[in-house]
Design a protein around this ligand. Structure first.
Ligand SMILES: O=C(CO)COP(=O)(O)O
Length: 257
């Protein structure tokens, strides 16, 4: 049994409506099927990331043992940055978590690993916890560059931060996101093991053994149990399935650890 608490994040991406978010919060609050001998959040940390406009509602109504995250933050403090939300504002609002470096932001908004590292540094300085997303594209995997890619995404972060205690690394192979093509447990475990080894070499063995490395990419109620049994998979970052009652079944996979 690992000392790393299982972590399940729900990334709602740019989805939802006032009524859909209400329904989803109701489903999570009922928690049907979350059957444990102990309180579920004693064994798993659950964080959901709604669209920014929906955050106030979710924060008010969601069961208090589940936490709320922002899907992004600006690289600096508040100021003349139209359309952005700073870590200062997130923190002031009472948020604890932020997702940074999601592959959709890297590809669609051209966020570089340097920029993501700067954001990570700033958010940590402001006291937020960070879900740091990394992962290779299909062509990079096919060219056997997966380990180089994840290392190149982590390096600027390791250059900027000392304290990793508030970082969860989310390995999300781009080819598995939203495609229904989940990484096999062997494929995911191999990269998680590599990332942990990288952390051990480049940061410290202590950080490597305490940092949670979670998997994301077509996680569903039908594959989460098997993925959860992998030694270095410490949880999930879930997209599509986090918008459905299936999310509860994925949370329940923590029992497989
Ligand atoms: O991008 C993801 C989570 O951040 C994964 O998305 P899907 O679970 O929809 O593949």
């Amino acid at each position: 049994m690992s000392s790393r608490k299982f972590f399940v994040g729900g990334n709602w991406k740019c989805n939802g409506s006032v009524s859909k978010v209400k329904e989803l919060v109701d489903v999570l609050n009922k928690g049907e099927g979350l059957t444990t001998s102990v309180d579920i959040t004693d064994v798993v940390e659950v964080v959901v990331a709604p669209v920014a406009l929906h955050i106030p509602y979710v924060q008010e109504k969601l069961r208090k043992d589940f936490k709320v995250a922002a899907q992004n933050a600006w690289v600096k403090g508040s100021g003349a940055y139209t359309g952005e939300i700073s870590a200062d504002i997130l923190k002031d609002f009472g948020l604890e978590w932020v997702i940074l470096g999601h592959s959709e932001r890297r590809s669609l908004m051209h966020e570089t690993s340097e920029f993501v590292a700067e954001k990570t540094q700033y958010c940590l300085e402001k006291g937020l916890s960070v879900i740091l997303c990394i992962g290779e594209k299909l062509e990079e995997r096919e060219a056997n560059k997966t380990f180089d890619v994840v290392a190149s995404q982590l390096t600027p972060v390791a250059d900027k931060i000392k304290d990793w205690s508030k970082v969860v690394v989310a390995y999300e192979p781009v080819w598995a996101i939203g495609t229904g093509k989940v990484a096999s447990p062997e494929q995911a475990q191999e990269v998680h093991d590599n990332v942990r080894g990288w952390l051990s070499d480049k940061v410290s063995p202590e950080v490597a053994s305490s940092t949670r490395i979670i998997y994301g990419g077509s996680v569903s109620a039908s594959n989460s149990d098997e993925l959860a049994t992998c030694k270095d998979i410490d949880g999930f970052l879930v997209g599509g399935a986090s918008l459905k009652p299936d999310f509860l079944k994925i949370i329940q996979s923590a029992q497989k650890k």
